[in-house]
Write a protein that binds this ligand. Sequence first.
Ligand code: GTP
Ligand code: SPV
Ligand code: MN
Length: 609
Amino acid sequence: MDQPTASVSPSAARALGVEAWVDAIAALTRPDEVVWCDGSRVEYNRLTRQMVDTGTLLQVNPEFRPSSFLARSDPSDVARVEARTFICCESEDDAGPSNNWRDPAQMRSTLDGLFAGSMRGRTMYVVPFSMGVVGGRYSKLGVQVTDSPYVVASMRTMTRMGTDALRLIRETNDWVAAAHTVGAPLIDGAADVPWPCNATKYISHFPEQREIWSFGSAYGGNALLAKKSFALRIASVMARDEGWLAEHMLIIRVTNPRGRVFHVAAAFPSACGKTNLAMLAPSIPGWKVETIGDDIAWLIPGADGRLRAINPEAGFFGVAPGTGAATNSVAVDTLWGNTIFTNVALRDDGDVWWEGLTEKVPTGLRDWRGEEWTPESGTTAAHPNSRFTVPAAQCPSIADAWDDPEGVVIDAIVFGGRRATNVPLVVEARSWEHGVYVGATVSSERTAAAEGTLGELRRDPFAMMPFCGYNMADHWSHWLEVGTGSRSAGRAPRIFQVNWFRKGDDGSFLWPGFAENSRVLAWILDRVDGSAAARDTPLGWAPVEGGPDSGGLNTDGLDVDESALFALDPVAWSAELDDTERFFSLFGDRLPAQLQAQLADIRQRFAAL
Ligand code: GTP
Ligand code: SPV
Ligand code: MN
């Protein structure tokens, strides 16, 4: 590999096929060795064993969790880096005001410089994968090269990776190209560290070329490029071009006490409850929830005018803290083995632990950095954004049809955020246009999933602010078209807004959340079914007061302040709507007129109260 042979750039080599592209990347990055991954269990076992030997992984005590591992990241590489995430399309306007745009030619030259020799002393793995089942009608192919074995092992859990995907990639030559390096070459036999990375980071997307280049990080959202980079940022552009939607949504199958089956897709910002809702164990009798996906949905309008959805992923990359028997026992049961934990704490018996797993804090803990830890340490034992990576098929609540290549028909779409104030527990949008407005105005308090100030309120339209690969206002226009265009023929799903996170004056949550969210789900699906009663409010249809006897929300046996959960303060809402208007104005004349009209309508409704 000492003689660079790249007479063509990797991007140009792609047209010649995957081998030519891989050769060109290798010529640029100069790894010691190139390994094509077959996706087998044997290969996975070999890689994880090798990472245990080199100190990248610690084996979790197999008596508790077979074939499970703990990775401790570099303390600087623990979350997505939104400020270092770039959309490099020709026109800055196409990226829009909510993305970091860079000129593609300039970015390519920057990346060429950074990638040159970046894999020296390391192995470059070639990871062929399919998003959606291999060969599925709505599936898409990709190839990631990476010098991180942690990324390879994680990709095997999160995607359909290996030989079958590669065969189709060769056959069709229609695939997304994803180049990844941790940016830490081992020069002249230098010793490695457990979690190599680089202080400089670039998570770059070239939507027009369907290409991703990621430098400097091995953390999930920055490095498992099939996930947010491909299945959302690049796929959202494919979806715009091809007439479908790539969204940051969980998918569930819900059966009501009468045996009617519904499918629900829900978008909440990062660390705002998608995985929890996806694995909901209902607290109310007769209802059943099964899991289809917990993070990403590809929604495709069918010839019958209905929206179908697939989960393009094969695993869950979930938030560990707060996941416990009392909150999400289904997730706890999913994690019995075959799991890679990142940045959780380690018990002295060799099992893992995090805040919320058990009520009682075990003694003899080491925190996510490997330091001895007690509750008096003044820090958390697990990093707030610590994660588990686990196969979806292992989830006890997984639906039989979770990997049906035809997808499932969506009956209801739900938008939510983490809002301490203003936003009621649940409302139904008055129309598809109103629903798109609801999606466009999602805002949420900042969580640990990305770098930034915790708790700060930020706009996160469609929970896609960090993940939409094109102009967000065009995304809204696209949604309007998908739901109201002739193809949907009035059969589009109903749209709802929820907020599990409203707080009372004493600062505590007004709603118990978790399993009790099934009550809200029941009201939503009773609305779809035509049996729940609602009252008109400025924000949409809310449950009637008086509980289930009147056809409203079932809060029997709960000690909740319903009036506080649904209160709409006109003064606070006036300020909120002003803020929405300011936010909309960022998008200039790309803002769809329908959304401006919705805003005016809501103002009018508050004025008429
Ligand atoms: P990403 O994987 O980052 O996209 O997050 P997510 O949307 O899947 O969120 P997840 O379900 O992992 O929940 C994130 C955090 O919110 C966890 O600490 C949960 O315990 C907490 N959470 C989830 N649902 C609820 C709820 O209904 N009420 C409250 N109060 N907290 C919740
Ligand atoms: C999120 O932040 O929305 C996640 C984790 O699901 S990551 O894959 O890092 O994006
Ligand atoms: Mn999640």
